[in-house]
Design a protein around this ligand. Structure first.
Ligand code: Q46
Ligand code: ZN
Ligand code: ZN
Length: 308
């Protein structure tokens, strides 16, 4: 297969665009697509300081790489959750994040949950799981809390995450199956800091397929943790991704159309009558001062204070 731009040897064929590209043209195309997404959804500007949440995986490290290549000023944030598993997931993912930062002379904040809060996320989750079989809900609360705290304390304008199109389409699929207007109303490539104490959040890779990100990381020589967190296995999001991949196989571009048509429908006013119920009732947590919809302390502070 030949590159559409130079007729050299193509390294990737993106069937959804009927576009095959060689190494050099693909490595130009990915940042250009990312910049288009940043502009379209008015995510951030070159003068702003950006905090990139990095997990050590291909998406977040590639995002940091792309934003750097585009000329943005970014620091990284790695959260050590203390997740073990066969390959000591957290140790290996932290090594990848630190290696990436030190090779490029970039600043990486590392938050170690056990050091800062006395227990790993798994230990916190084990005593507060109450019948749930996975620590993910607890882990999600902790990650959101810490990312927001570091972004605000560090004076960053925006927190960016490496969610790709496959992540966003799977999340949309789940939200649609359950038809929860609040979640659908909130799903968007950028979330403004429309409450004191909340950082702006953006997902600049939301229109790029996971396969494109894996190819990008490989071609850029980024060493990333190949395995996912052991708790991902058997999750609903993985199941939804598999279903969507089957659809994509038969209908190239189905995932992209599903997600982009949703965004377009929202721009045309779908869901606008639904206010985000959480945002309506937020007040500052008396312990950490972050906005919460809980009646007293926020879910994170209750968790670390052994109240749940
Ligand atoms: S890190 Fe945390 Fe995820 Fe692992 S424990 Fe679950 S939520 S799966 S993206
Ligand atoms: Zn080419
Ligand atoms: Zn709190």
């Amino acid at each position: 297969m030949k590159c559409r731009k130079c007729a050299g040897k193509a390294v990737i064929n993106m069937r959804q665009y009927k576009l095959a590209l060689c190494r050099d043209h693909f490595l130009e195309w990915v940042p250009a697509q990312t910049q288009r997404t940043i502009d379209k959804y008015q995510m951030f500007q070159f003068c702003e300081r950006i905090l990139v949440a990095v997990s050590g995986g291909k998406d977040s490290l590639s995002l940091w790489d792309i934003l750097g290549r585009l000329g943005y000023q970014c620091d990284g944030l790695y959260i050590d959750l203390g997740v073990g598993g066969g390959i000591q997931y957290s140790d290996e993912s932290q090594r990848c994040a630190q290696e990436f930062a030190s090779q490029r002379n970039l600043n990486l904040h590392v938050v170690n949950i056990q050091k800062d809060y006395g227990e790993t996320i798994i230990a916190i989750a084990e005593r507060s799981m109450r019948g749930r079989d996975k620590p993910c809900a607890i882990c999600g609360i902790a990650k959101r809390h810490i990312m927001n705290r570091v972004a605000l304390e560090g004076g960053y304008s925006v927190l960016v995450t490496g969610h790709n199109l496959d992540d966003e389409a799977a999340s949309l699929f789940g939200n649609t199956l359950n038809w929860i207007p609040g979640y659908l109303a909130r799903q968007w490539p950028v979330l403004e800091a429309n409450r004191t104490g909340l950082a702006r959040k953006a997902k600049p890779l939301c229109r790029l397929y996971e396969r494109e990100m894996a190819t990008y990381a490989l071609l850029r020589g980024i060493r990333y943790i190949y395995n996912e967190c052991p708790y991902v296995e058997g999750s609903k999001s993985i199941y939804y991704k598999e279903l969507l991949n089957k659809l994509e196989e038969k209908r190239p571009g189905a995932k992209l159309t599903f997600y982009l048509s949703f965004l377009q429908a929202k721009e045309n006013g779908l869901f606008s009558p639904y206010a985000d119920p959480d945002l309506e009732e937020l007040h500052p947590c008396p312990t950490c001062n972050q906005p919460t919809s809980a009646p007293g302390q926020c879910a994170f502070c209750r968790m670390v204070a052994h109240l749940v």
